[in-house]
Design a protein around this ligand. Structure first.
Ligand code: FE2
Length: 275
């Protein structure tokens, strides 16, 4: 039987067979962005709740000060799968987010930004090469399907079924837009990260859940966020969690790390902490 994604010819195809999960408590974390301080608090909070394995939705290492330590933290866990985010692609392939070369030609004032962005991802790549961990990023998956013990069919992506960047799951998205991001999807639940906006909504019979980001929040007062799923034989229960942590530790780490664009990172994602 042809699967729905095979018929669509979508660019981010999940594997044919789902990963079948046993009962227990699944933790879902995304958009860690090289911040071990946020991840440490999430992992300890999850451990207290009884999380026994983790699903990671991407943007694990880049745009943050300690990519190597975050990979070490994840290596200690029972991980179901890690999805590759757009920033993993930037690190591995040399692709870059905006501004594009064409945009810089049209507006030369954007050149410093282009240089800083390029340098930031090159720094992360060099950091991971130096500690022999770069290949780990290449093992991440474009998307996965999961099968809960109660028969729930799950799709997990970074941003959408079409791309690892661009629009993704947000609280304000409407049904029409969601259909363009997840055309023809027949899953019961879709988990996605990328937008850094915690979301749990139902559209056309599908539950779309974004755990919110572990780090690099667009509103700096927002704490570290993740989700859990209690997996029973006959039901499941999704819950979103807020976890406070000392953002000052992340700011200090960014400032001493040498990552290019450190002032931008602190100003954009941690600014209110300093006020
Ligand atoms: Fe992200």
């Amino acid at each position: 039987m042809q699967r729905w994604w095979q018929a669509l010819g979508v660019s981010i195809q999940p594997p044919d067979e789902p990963i079948e999960l046993r009962t227990g408590l699944l933790g879902i974390v995304t958009d860690i962005h090289g911040n071990p301080y946020a991840l440490e608090r999430i992992l300890s909070h999850g451990a207290q709740l009884g999380v026994d394995r983790w699903l990671v939705l991407g943007d694990v290492v880049a745009m943050g000060p300690e990519p190597g330590r975050v990979l070490e933290q994840l290596a200690e866990l029972d991980v179901v799968a890690v999805i590759s985010g757009n920033t993993e692609r930037y690190v591995l392939t040399g692709d870059r987010p905006d501004p594009s070369f064409d945009e810089v030609v049209a507006d030369p004032g954007l050149l410093p930004r282009l240089v800083e962005v390029a340098a930031s991802f090159a720094w992360t790549k060099g950091f991971l090469q130096a500690c022999g961990s770069l290949d780990v990023l290449g093992s991440y998956l474009a998307s996965v399907r999961l099968l809960f013990p109660d028969g729930t069919d799950v799709l997990a992506v970074h941003a959408s079924l079409l791309k690892d960047d661009g629009p993704g799951i947000t609280p304000s998205i409407d049904a029409e837009k969601m259909e363009t991001l997840f055309p023809g999807v027949s899953a019961d639940i879709v988990f996605g990260g990328h937008t850094h906006q915690a979301t749990d909504l139902a559209i056309n019979g599908i539950r779309f859940v974004n755990p919110g980001s572990a780090s690099n929040h667009l509103e700096p007062h927002v704490p570290a966020r993740y989700a859990t799923v209690r997996l029973g034989d006959h039901d499941h229960h999704v819950e979103l969690h807020d976890v406070q942590y000392d953002k000052g530790l992340a700011i200090e780490s960014i400032q001493r790390s040498g990552i290019p664009g450190s002032d931008f990172l602190v100003g954009r994602y941690f600014a209110q902490v300093n006020e």
